[in-house]
Design a protein around this ligand. Structure first.
Ligand SMILES: C[S@@+](CC[C@H](N)C(=O)[O-])C[C@H]1O[C@@H](n2cnc3c(N)ncnc32)[C@H](O)[C@@H]1O
Length: 211
């Protein structure tokens, strides 16, 4: 397949479920806060991953305006609870608004304002079915280690922006964020506990199941 055809297919897939009015409203909040939410394609993929894994206890690092959180809860079973962490209080408030607008009951989310490095060590080891990481790339390795500690056997680790805005495949790019994503991909591949895939959805989704 030519590069142009591949690009069209990718763009078409990204629009698979992009008509949701929730996105438009959240994009306004996003523009005010300077936070970048997941793409429509990534949101669909998150819903499917949460549904397929039947995740009841979920952790998210990087709540942002709440789009990824809504997507995860849409796919997850009725009884699911999402623990979502963000260091910025105004992002947590914007996300609470997005959850309300999406009809998510307050009891289904535990929104924590704080640095992930402080909060993650306080969460129960082996107590979670799915961990989604969507915050600063330089810390992704440390957060993935913590995420694996939190996952039960069969649990799912999902990392957004795993292609670092399309920089990962370009060998000449040596940005710290790019290097961090490459190192994470390598360590996931070398970890015998994990079965993984790197999906080109959105800005790249690294998905790994803990055996
Ligand atoms: C790309 S945005 C998340 C977008 C969100 N997942 C969505 O789809 O709406 C990244 C978020 O990570 C948060 N963040 C950055 N560093 C953090 C840290 N050390 N601990 C927790 N959150 C952090 C930022 O405040 C920002 O809201």
């Amino acid at each position: 397949m030519s590069q142009t055809a591949k690009h069209s297919s990718w763009a078409y897939s990204e629009d698979h479920d992009s008509q949701d009015p929730l996105f438009a409203a959240a994009r306004v909040r996003e523009a005010h806060l300077g936070s970048q939410q997941v793409s429509a394609g990534t949101a669909s993929a998150l819903s499917v991953l949460a549904a397929a894994s039947q995740a009841r206890a979920l952790v998210e690092i990087g709540t942002g305006v709440g789009i990824s959180g809504v997507a995860l809860l849409r796919g997850a079973p009725q009884a699911a609870v999402l623990t979502s962490i963000d260091s910025e209080a105004d992002h947590t408030s914007a996300a609470a608004e997005t959850f309300r607008a999406a009809g998510v009951a307050a009891s289904k989310t535990r929104l924590i304002t704080g640095g992930a490095d402080q909060v993650l060590p306080r969460l129960t080891a082996g107590g979670y079915d799915l961990v989604f990481i969507n915050s600063e790339a330089q810390q992704v390795g440390a957060y993935a280690d913590e995420g694996l500690r939190l996952l039960r056997a069969g649990g799912l680790l999902v990392v957004n922006d795993a292609l670092d805005s399309d920089r990962v495949p370009k060998p000449a790019v040596r940005e710290a964020s790019t290097q961090a994503m490459r190192a994470l991909e390598r360590s996931v591949l070398e970890d015998d506990r994990l079965v993984s895939a790197l999906l080109p959805t959105g800005t790249g989704l690294l998905v790994a199941v803990r055996r």
